[in-house]
Design a protein around this ligand. Structure first.
Ligand code: PMP
Length: 453
């Protein structure tokens, strides 16, 4: 399989970064928070797949929901006005639980195309408002908003959009709130004030009559789990309102219990104009994304369109099998107690990881709920990142794997954690203990020692 993978299966990020040498890591099965590799070794999945298997693996009731839907009606297009029960019930259930008046749900296939869909909805909105000149978008450095062509423009990773000749001049970035490495220091109020000032300056620079929307993750995930200071999201939301700029919350990672409540916007006390979700929506069992639109957004587009069709949709939009799975996953979060367990285990995870803060290699421990990160540094006082040439991502991922722990290791020496919400206390403690072991082994790594000297 490893040979066949190398020969035929393209994983752009890995294949073209020289990871073929080691070959793909194969999993064969999973249950709860445990995954089993091809050799039969069990590992704790501290990352819930790719921040998505929030409910954990192997829920028979999810399998049953999918099977039952497949038997009864495996497909009904959500593209036109044909429908099926499951996506309608799901849309109603989500609208009921969403913050404020986010009452209109568009189902996509995952996170990237949910984000892409919002870009089109935002553009439709401004056309309908008679302000088609509002075609400029702002997002945040270190942000990730997917890898479809439009969404990749909002993503702040240059490798996702430079060098391919795709025009991105409609896209603007402001600095991240990244508290640990912020030029304005770590005072929450100073960081928020600086970000508000920068957002205002950016809007003024582009011209307020040209700015369509601002995109932000309530907690930046792929950027390294960067948690904004309290009040930051709310202040940015207010700034957008002051300028009439639409505020889009990208909750693809933070949604569905990852940070405690069903949506992180609830913790922030804000209602965005649009919100994107995916991952935990179906807990990774099948692909699906959901875009939430506030009443005024939906109604403006509908009125503006009049009798004309709004040309947007996918063959698999509102897929009944995905919707049936999402309904069962939602039941597990609520009636099955997963949200509650996630909140308890999230507090335990944060406390456990905080206990590693004194380790000589640990510069920062941060997170909220079941979303956390440890940032490794080679000099604690100077916050020196691990040198890029040490390839910390692969090194740390492999070392954790050997300890029976799956984590996300970012290139700059950051470990990311997003365990399934079903984790037991023993599993959370094992995640922390195995991390300690990885850190100790890394401290003995001659190249790391040299970087620290
Ligand atoms: N938005 C955010 C905040 C994400 O973290 C991701 C994926 N990590 C996406 C969008 C894209 O989602 P997908 O990979 O499902 O297309």
């Amino acid at each position: 399989l490893i040979e066949l993978d190398r020969a035929h299966l393209v994983h752009p990020v890995a294949s073209w970064q020289g990871h073929e040498a080691r070959g793909v890591r194969l999993l064969q099965s999973a249950k709860g928070a445990t995954v089993t590799d091809a050799e039969g070794r069990e590992l704790i999945d501290g990352f819930a797949g790719l921040w998505c298997v929030n409910a954990g693996y192997g829920h028979e009731s999810i399998v049953e929901a999918a099977a039952e839907q497949m038997r009864r009606l495996p497909y009904a297009t959500g593209y036109f006005d044909l429908g099926a029960e499951a996506p309608i019930r799901l849309a109603a259930a989500l609208a009921e639980r969403a913050p404020g008046d986010l009452n209109h749900i568009y189902f996509a296939l995952g996170g990237s195309d949910s984000v892409d869909s919002t870009i089109r909805f935002v553009r439709y909105y401004w056309h309908a408002k008679g302000q088609p000149g509002r075609d400029q978008f702002i997002s945040v450095a270190q942000g990730y908003h997917g890898s479809t062509t439009m969404g990749a423009g909002l993503t702040a990773l240059p490798s996702f959009h430079t060098g391919f000749g795709v025009p991105y001049e409609w896209q603007h970035k402001i600095s991240s709130h990244y508290s640990y490495r912020n030029p304005v220091g770590d005072d929450p109020e100073a960081i928020t004030a600086a970000s508000v000032a920068e957002l205002k300056a950016k809007i003024e620079e582009i011209g307020p009559e040209r700015v369509a929307a601002f995109y932000v993750e309530p907690i930046q995930g792929s950027g390294g789990v960067l948690v904004p200071p309290p009040g930051w999201v709310k202040a940015m939301r207010q700034t957008c309102r002051d300028y009439g700029v639409l505020f889009v919350a990208d909750e693809v990672i933070t949604g569905f219990g990852r940070t405690g409540p069903l949506f992180a916007c609830e913790d922030e006390g804000i209602v965005p104009d649009l919100m994107t979700t995916a991952k935990g929506l179906t807990s990774g069992y099948v692909p699906m994304g959901a875009v939430f639109m506030a009443d005024h957004v939906y109604e403006t587009i509908a009125e503006g369109a009049g009798a004309a069709a709004v040309g947007h949709g996918f063959t698999y939009s509102a897929h009944p099998v995905s919707a049936a799975v999402a309904l069962e996953v939602l039941r597990l979060y609520e009636d099955g107690g997963l949200l509650e367990n996630g909140r308890k285990m999230g507090a335990r995870l944060m406390a456990g990881l905080q206990g590693l803060a004194d380790h000589p290699l640990v510069g920062d421990v941060r997170g909220r709920g079941m979303l956390a990160a440890i940032e490794m540094v080679t000099d604690k006082a100077k916050k020196t990142p691990v040198p890029a040439e040490l390839n910390a991502a692969t090194r740390l991922f492999d070392r954790a794997w050997e300890q029976g722990l799956v984590i996300r290791a970012f290139a700059n020496g950051i470990f990311g954690y997003a365990p399934p919400l079903c984790c037991t206390e023993a599993e959370i403690d094992a995640i922390v203990e195995r991390t300690r072991k990885v850190l100790d082994l890394t401290l003995d790594d001659p190249e790391i020692r040299q970087a620290m000297a």
